[in-house]
Design a protein around this ligand. Sequence first.
Ligand code: NOJ
Length: 773
Amino acid sequence: MAHSKPARFLDLAALFFWVVLSSIRVCAQSPGQALRDAGVEARVEALVKQMTLEEKVGQVIQRDAGGSLTGPGRGGSGWDSMAARGEFGSLFNLTNPPWINAVQRAAVERSRLRIPVLFGLDVIHGFRTTFPVPLGMAATWDPSLVERAARVAAEEASATGIRWTFSPMVDIARDARWGRIVEGAGEDPYLGAAMARAYVVGYEGARLDASDSIAACAKHYVGYGAAEGGRDYNTVDMSERTLRQVYLPPFKAAVDAGAATLMSAFNSLNEVPTSANAFTLTRVLRDEWKFRGFVVSDYDAINELIQHGIANDARTAARKAFLAGVDMDMEDGLYGNLVELVRSGAVPEATMDEAVRRILRVKYALGLFDRPYVQEAPRSAGIKAEHRELARQAAEESFVLLKNDPARNGAPALPISEGARTIALVGPLADSARDMLGSWSTSASRPEDVVTLRAALTARCRERHLNLLYAPGTTVSGQSESGFREAVNVARQADVVLMALGEEGTMSGEANSRTRLDLPGNQEQLLTAVAGAGKPVVVVLFSGRPLALTSTLPHMSALLEVWFPGIEAGPAIVRTLFGDAAPSGRLTVSFPRTVGQEPLYYNALNTGRPAEGLDLTHPPRNAAERYHSRYIDELNAPLFPFGYGLSYTRFAYSPVTLSATRVSARTLNSQNGASLRVSAEVKNTGNRAGEEVVQLYIRERGTSVARPVRELKGFKRVALGPGESRRVEFTLGRDELAFWNIDMQNAVEPAAVTVWIGPSSAEGPQAQFEITE
Ligand code: NOJ
């Protein structure tokens, strides 16, 4: 392309500037800083200036390689020849290093401007080392562990040439019917923000341009988890306040942590599809949050604007999405229309330049221009021991003990007593390696890497000279009772029965909404039959969502929710059942009594007619009992609340202590405003060591808008030996006490505040303080 002399002089000046700046760049540069790096900016500017319109449009197009080197190019050409022609800026679903290098070589050595391709993949809960599903990872309440797991995923994925993952999913989900609840951190924005931060920092590492860092993609922006009726892709309608208060905070946390990219969602939000929503994509994300990375659409989401009804043709759909702020088009090919759209003036070239700048900025920040290739030398074939170890630790921390009743001898059913000599293992999920991987395993993950519960238990029983009897009983979704007799038979001979029940690994995730939340197939009947043998029944529950267990719970002595634990499922479960590890996970989603309670979440508003203090165990008998926000046939409370989880020991909480009982809103709102210290002493009163997740909640009253009955504003995981106690302290400042008020300002207002420090959203001692003018 011909260049005028001044333009070339400017390019050279920019490059000189970059060389000088990069030589004085500080070593530890956070990922967020990389997107603000002056050296990167200079290179981006220099490159954009040289690009033709076609080359610019190429950068905003992403294609799905579908795991194949052969692309849809004319004349049988593959992805490599398309890359040489600059026809896409990113390719995903290719995980084979020689193929990745082949495409990259075409882009870097054969295309005019040598712009490298960004290779992406859904690395959701590990690459080769599969960790628990994200809902399980959240149940650890351990952001540092989540960060380490994301780092492992980044190391493994980047070793094959993947430098971009479509993770974390930070959608708040308050409805267990929605299958994608498994992919996020659950129902709470505070916890969701902490997890979002942890994933981003883990994936992107200390420096985004390190060869083992991968760019994060916070998705699905935004409100996707609020689909009506829990039906995937369905309509979302909510107030701007709820959006800002509940659904946006995890995205904001991801952006502030340096997330290089975001993915726009499938759903409409207040009648405007989120992949063409200028309010969320431009006003909030760019103008308010100053996001400097780029936005990719979800798969085909731009084309779906036609189905949504806001475009009657592909050209209009592309124009609307692009002008609203979607920089890159995932797979549907509609951004090819941008050449003509820019030429005709329907899309300003300046808007195109800005989108290209954002994409190139991420590519430069990743160091792709300097090191475009992945090393092809053979690496160790297996999973590193320390990665496997971390997967086990993550699984153990994710398990939530929901019930642990005394068995016949008076001791709790778990951990399994020394006296149990014969163990029966029953259920369709006891030996299913594939299910342990849950939804979204990568092409690198392998069922043969998984140690199932049956395999781990067999090893343990051999080691301890215990008898193990096994009968699957049924399949997950099956109706045949032909295996029941054998299952009951092994249960009769055993001292304790372990039942591996739940959903298949792929019954949650995308396009897996359910209207029933009970155990699938005839598993409930199997449980009833086995419980009839009269032995203690310990249910190990595998699920990607909360299940409604009201009718099954009475048949269980103990219930351990293990989600889908990943490759170390078996060892982690066995260690927990035998007490080598103590359960310390806590729910991040409310478990309903019945599906009819959904959407169900703890941080709800009080209503004008709360049912607090009423006996809801029977239908209303008079007007005083009836005219409340209640059901006539079920309690309001969940079966297990948010934050809940038992341990093998007990923890006691002292009264809550406050550093002050009055604090002024004015001081809190000021930049270097005051904060309040809140603490309680937590004591392990049992005779085993354990870890408690100490949770801080608040409620504000007397404010300009109604605030939830409880909101999580802090949590800490503390390990306590028997008899040990510790004072656990939190601070409450502007970040915790501000909310979007009647004027849509994020501010602290005068209020009467109740603060709880406790083991769940439904328990714990409280104290009061006042926020004055
Ligand atoms: C569609 C899903 O909604 C999204 O989460 C995923 O990242 C893309 N497909 C790419 O596979």
